[in-house]
Design a protein around this ligand. Sequence first.
Ligand SMILES: [Ca+2]
Length: 433
Amino acid sequence: MRRLITTSAILSFLLLLVGTQLIVDAEYISAFRLTGGAGKWSDAIYDLAAYARENRDKTLLLMDWGFSSQLLALSDGRIKKFEAFVPVILAPEARQLQVMYSYMLSFNSLLVFHSPRCETFPVLKTFQQALCEYGLRARLVKVFHERSGAPAYVVFEVVRPEIEEHLGTTGFFAAREAEEWDEKRGGGIEDRDSASNHRMLGWFWGRSRSDLVTYWFTLPRTVPNIRLYIRYANEAPRERQLELFVDGKSARTLSLASTGGPGNRPQEWALANVELEALHPGKHEVRIQPAGDHQVVFLDYLYLADRELRVEPSGPCRCESAEAPVDTLFEVLGYQELPEVRLIVSPQVARAGETVLTLRVLNFDVPAIDVLYSFNGNLMPLVYGWPLDDKNSVRVLVDSTTPKGSYWYRAIRDARDGSPTAWIAVDARVEVR
Ligand SMILES: [Ca+2]
């Protein structure tokens, strides 16, 4: 009897728990229906999934937690994706930039971030620092918004200047990560900080003559004078021999000299290259096999190019040219042209420590504005929520600590509207002396 009571008590408790959860879920779902969700959980994920399905040739490097399984479910598991933020955040702080850099070098990849306010494991700043440290540029490919207009996901592509330049002069270039093979026998994937995409084909690949790995390349046109490049590491003191087959025909034997290490450091890698016969438009198979037993090597990536083209990690450059702040990128996606909306600044020349500036907004009746401005030609962090008085004005003290130079107010928006498309172009300048 006692047992029965206990059992029914537990059952009631469980029912209560489940019931409460159902009510909470129903509330969530109803909120989701009305607003499409916000922050980490919004219906922007559907647009991102559709985009991923349209770009199946790319690997999505996911730079935050919380959208991998939804993407998988919404794409029937047919997209290529990898939660790249995990190795970044698990790396010791001193190595995080290098790990991020390895993903920035990934071929055929797009980096997908949460917008800053949705980040669970913030790595956007690391990305921005790595761009600066390694002198690379990121191209903003796409932003996905919540229904409110606030950005939810943003997709970047990292620009490799040497490849851009090659393609810009009608050159041919097609690359594959060695660890993203079409067919493989022997070995496996290993992580490496100094490998592109943070990974490589390793685990004793090449130990047996029966090992092989194949990659398909698609050529849009006939490419004469084509060369195949392979980035590899060979820790043995002697050279290793690999056989190369193109479309099933033996093309060359590759002799890979020792690199003095297994690719733990950038200097333990080398770029081998061989000339191939002209290739015609269409799909071509490149197959690599060890020329005999005991030819262990590590393969990072390979590419075809029609002229001499060295594509290698450049390492840190500590250049001065920093990227535009990523935060601003997220929140400014173009300006509306509304000529009647104006921002008037007076006086136009201010003296540090002496002047009170008046910024007056015309034909834009809002309680507060966000302001986008540049200082000496550089875009500055956004100013949020400048309250306007009954004359639609805001007064700003130019004190002695105000940096001297040219201030250019370029856009304003209603501070209540966080949308990245709500900016209105204005043109007001002031010189602080
Ligand atoms: Ca690789």
